[in-house]
Design a protein around this ligand. Structure first.
Ligand code: THU
Length: 311
């Protein structure tokens, strides 16, 4: 396995070690020979990743990681001597910020972004709910394999005792230490927000230009997304939150744990009608919004709609 590094901002040895082990596992699990495989890694500034995102993905914003696969499908790989899987680009400033926000180490965040990207190079994706589930599960498997799973940072702190006390996160299936009983505010809704952030790309908002994505987490751990869909007859428009509720209910789900709402165009907090619609399914649903800094804000629906109407 070879990870080709750019000249600048090389990760330290410890992170390199984690990345090598993770990449070898991802590659061999995909049926490729790690000894023939190479991945290129660049660690860049916020300005650089913003520019790459704009130029290659037509998305005009800073992001944490970008993946540029060499092969559209692994079937294209023949009998070559060296398999160059593609390029991983990580913004270390964003990784550092995210690590702080989510309360884990920089090395865990950096390695997680790397694993996510390597899986993209190997053909994993998160556009469809099923493939998203599969990709998340694989990420967790790899992070656990290298000893950097969520809740245990840094790796040395991971002891057999803690392992036996581990229980499963309802949303991702990630291992969490049992003694960490999280209050709603402490629960990591980052993945849920990622769903909302991905969904927003399908928002149809030609009139307001205000794009919104929502991701609704059900009691059984499924996630339903929705976007705002506007109409020339303005009143016929629907908000992202209600689209997500309609998708979940149409699929037979009515028990909701949390909803994440995201807009790249400004603060998105559920409007009054959406609050009332959510209230129908319980006033303790957590409402997760994203502040301008990227930090998540979590509150209970009851605090956003005191004395909501119920029959
Ligand atoms: N919108 C939502 O989708 N969710 C909210 O929480 C607030 C507003 C949409 C409705 C409309 O398409 C656009 O944002 C501007 O109001």
């Amino acid at each position: 396995m070879r990870i080709q590094l750019s000249e600048e901002n090389r990760p330290d040895r410890r992170i390199m070690g984690f990345m090598m082990t993770a990449a070898e596992k991802c590659v061999s699990d995909a049926g490729l020979d790690p000894s023939l495989t190479e991945i290129s890694l660049s660690v860049v500034s916020e300005e650089e990743i913003h520019e790459l995102n704009r130029n290659f993905r037509e998305t005009d914003r800073v992001t944490d990681v970008l993946s540029f696969p060499q092969y559209a499908s692994l079937d294209e790989i023949g009998n070559q001597e060296v398999i160059l899987l593609g390029d991983v680009v990580i913004c270390d400033t964003v990784a550092r910020r995210q690590a702080e926000q989510y309360g884990h180490s920089y090395e865990r965040e950096f390695v997680y972004l790397f694993v996510h990207s390597v899986l993209h190079l190997l053909g994993y994706d998160h556009m469809e709910p099923e493939e998203k589930k599969e990709m998340r599960a694989k990420e967790e498997e790899v992070m656990s394999y290298i000893g950097l799973q969520r809740g245990f940072t840094p790796a040395e702190d991971f002891t057999a005792e803690e392992e036996s006390a581990a229980s499963s996160d309802p949303m991702t299936g990630r291992e969490l230490p049992q003694e960490e009983t999280e209050s709603p505010e402490e629960t990591d809704y980052r993945e849920l927000m990622d769903f909302a952030r991905s969904a927003v790309e399908n928002s149809y908002a030609p009139y307001s230009g205000f794009h919104v994505g929502a991701a609704l987490l059900t009691a059984d751990g499924s996630v339903y997304t929705g976007v705002n869909v506007e109409n020339a007859s303005y009143g016929a428009s629907i908000c992202a939150e209600r689209s997500a509720v309609a998708a979940a209910v149409s699929d037979g789900c009515r028990e909701f744990e949390a909803i994440a709402v995201y807009s790249p165009d400004g603060d998105a907090s559920p409007c009054g009608i959406c609050r009332q619609v959510l209230m129908e399914f319980g006033d303790n649903i957590r409402v997760v919004t994203c502040e301008e800094s990227g930090e998540l804000d979590v509150c209970e629906l009851s605090s956003l709609l005191p004395k909501g109407f119920v029959l």
